[in-house]
Every structure is written in structure tokens, then in C-alpha cells.
Design a protein around this ligand. Sequence first.
Ligand code: NAD
Ligand code: IPM
Ligand code: MN
Length: 351
Amino acid sequence: MKIACLPGDGIGPEIMAEALRVLAALELPVEVVHGDVGGAAYHRHGHPLPPETLALAQGADALLFGAVGDPTCDNLERHLRPEQAILGLRSALGLFANLRPAKMFAGLEDLSALRPEVAGAIDLLIIRELNGDVYFGEKAIRRLDDGRRQGFDLMSYAEDEVRRIAHVGFRAAQGRSGKLCSVDKANVLETSQLWRDVVIEVAAEYPDVALTHMYVDNAAMQLVRDPGQFDVIVTGNLFGDILSDQASMCVGSIGLLASAALGERQMAHGTLGLFEPIHGSAPDIAGTGRANPMAMILSLAMLLRHALGQEDAATRIEAAVAVTLADGIKGGDLGGTAGTVAIGDAVLARL
Ligand code: NAD
Ligand code: IPM
Ligand code: MN
């Protein structure tokens, strides 16, 4: 099995180093290859997703991705910005299903942005569509006839795009508590009306799943009022992006949330998938050794589970992270003092 490791920018390489130490300690028969992405790739090759990196990704069985984003690149033309690397990989590899689990770790209840008794009940899975929506529609800043500038991003979903992510949501719900909540804005957006219509059509194939619908504004409110009511949430690209960052603070820190981006091959029987923390390159703390590597390490666990079928190794990593936290070893994001390498050491010791 070949894992392509793409550390990227900012804290990406720092947290990736810790995940790779964990992988090495497991002594699995895997080959790790390395590629440049994001601002790092732009500075070296003139493009955030150079052809050689795309080829490396296409030839791998799974991708372990750090983070991209570099403030020095924020004024480049959009197609050259670091973020295009992750968007380009998701799109080129057809990784349309993004699993973003959020679960309270024992002992962290007091560190949630919510009251402990509210936060303690969190065990949810956000399934975010990753190949469509306003992210991939036509976009421009253009001149109107009267000379005013207008920003423009087309939001759209085709029915087959909604159908395939709905199936992922229903199947995930079957494997959990049998509850699926579809989040949209059907009271205002035609894109969301079609989303809702198609989800209802697909529901006929899953009579054992209890489907509910919620508007995204209400969902944002309910997520902090009573997050325990949610099990599986299925939603579009933009809403899923926002709600997953929000869910992260409900469990204590964005430095804890991992994700899997899967495609048709993965959904059937193949192995390709991309695994990454939900957070970004954190330029404000990059280079200081303070980043929490847990989201990255937990992304490796998701890779081992979903792409390599190594359930035992995945469970071992997750348990080692949970015990590290229960032992009170925390990064600055959780009010603790442990740095990136110290957290990596602590997880390795418990592995
Ligand atoms: P961010 O997630 O990078 O950081 C938000 C805040 O959370 C910062 O204060 C940061 O220090 C903190 N934080 C994030 N991860 C942390 C960790 N592991 N440990 C401790 N603290 C952590 O979001 P942002 O500041 O909005 O974006 C910074 C850059 O990252 C931008 O260029 C953005 O486009 C990019 N970004 C990339 C990805 C990705 O690669 N998938 C995701 C989100 C943002
Ligand atoms: C994420 C990020 C990306 C997104 C950006 C960097 C393109 O916020 O992975 O959540 O919006 O999908
Ligand atoms: Mn995001």
C-alpha cells in the first residue's frame, strides 16, 4: 500500500511529522511517498497543485494531507492560491463524500465552548458534499454596465450529485443510530429545494432510517443549544464547511477534528481517499511548535480504517489520543501547555 503524504503550509509540516512518527511506530507494510502542495508547491514549482503532485496522488492508495494556506499568496490570482490544491485534489479525484466526525473525549467536557452537560452528549457525524455547490460554480468579480463591480459565485447542485451523497448519509445512519438530518436552506434557495426533494426520493430506499430536515440557520443554533440531538447530518459543501468548524468548538478545539474525503472507488471497494484535519494552516501559530497534532494523527487513524482496512491500528491510535487527553496532556488550544512534539511523544508512549 502506498500513502502519499502532502504536508502543505504553515503548521501542516509540523503536525504531519507527528502523524508520520505514529505511522512508523505501527510498523505496517506501507510505503510513504512525499509531495508538495499549496503555497509550498507554488513557491517551488509555480503552482499549488503541480502535475507531479497530482500524478503522485493518483498513483497512491491513500492521501494524508496536512493543510494549505499562506498569507503571502492571498493576493495571487485565484487559480494560483494554495487553497486550489485541496479543492483541485477533491475535484480531480472525485472525492465527493467528506466525513467529519465530532465526538466528545472523556475529560474534555469542561473545555467545550458549551456547558459540560450539553457538550457531553456530542457524538455526531457531519457528511459534507465536497465536489459541488457554490465552491465549484462559475465565479467572477465583474463590471456591471454602469461600472460598478459585482462579485458572483453560482450555487448549483445536479440531482445525481445530491443523490450520491444522500446515499452516503442514509448508509451511515444505518450503521449508527438510524437518524439522518438533512440540512439545507430550502425556504430561500432553489438549490436547496432540489436537494430536499432528492433526499426525500432517496429516503424511500431506506425505510429503516428516520429522516428529518432542518434549515441551516436553525441547525447552527441547535448545534450549540442541544448537539446531542444529532447523529448523522448530511449537507452541502458550504454549509458543511461552516457547521463542522462550529462542531469542533463544541468538543473543545478545532485541533481535534479529523476528516475523510472519499470517492466512488472508495464507496465501492477501492481504496483511494484523502484524509486531513478540518482545520487550516494556522499561520498565527505556524513555526512556534504549539500546534495540536491530534486532528492530524486522528486523520491517519481514519486513513488506516477507511483506505487500508486496518481497523485495529485505527482503534489503537484513537485510544492513545483519548488516553493522552484523559491524562491531562493538552495543547494551548485546549488551555494546556504541551507543544506539538510533546503531544506526539505522549500519544506514541500510549500507543
Ligand atoms: P485555521 O483553521 O488555519 O485557524 C483558525 C484558528 O484555529 C487559528 O487561531 C489557529 O491558530 C487555530 N488552530 C487551527 N488548527 C489548530 C491546531 N491544530 N492547533 C492549535 N490551534 C489551531 O483557519 P484560518 O485562520 O481561517 O485559515 C488559515 C489558512 O488556512 C487560510 O489560508 C485558509 O484558507 C487555510 N485553510 C486550509 C484548510 C485546509 O487545508 N483544508 C482548512 C481551513 C483553512
Ligand atoms: C476546509 C477548508 C477548505 C474548504 C478551504 C481551505 C478551501 O476550509 O477543508 O474545511 O472550504 O473546504
Ligand atoms: Mn473549513
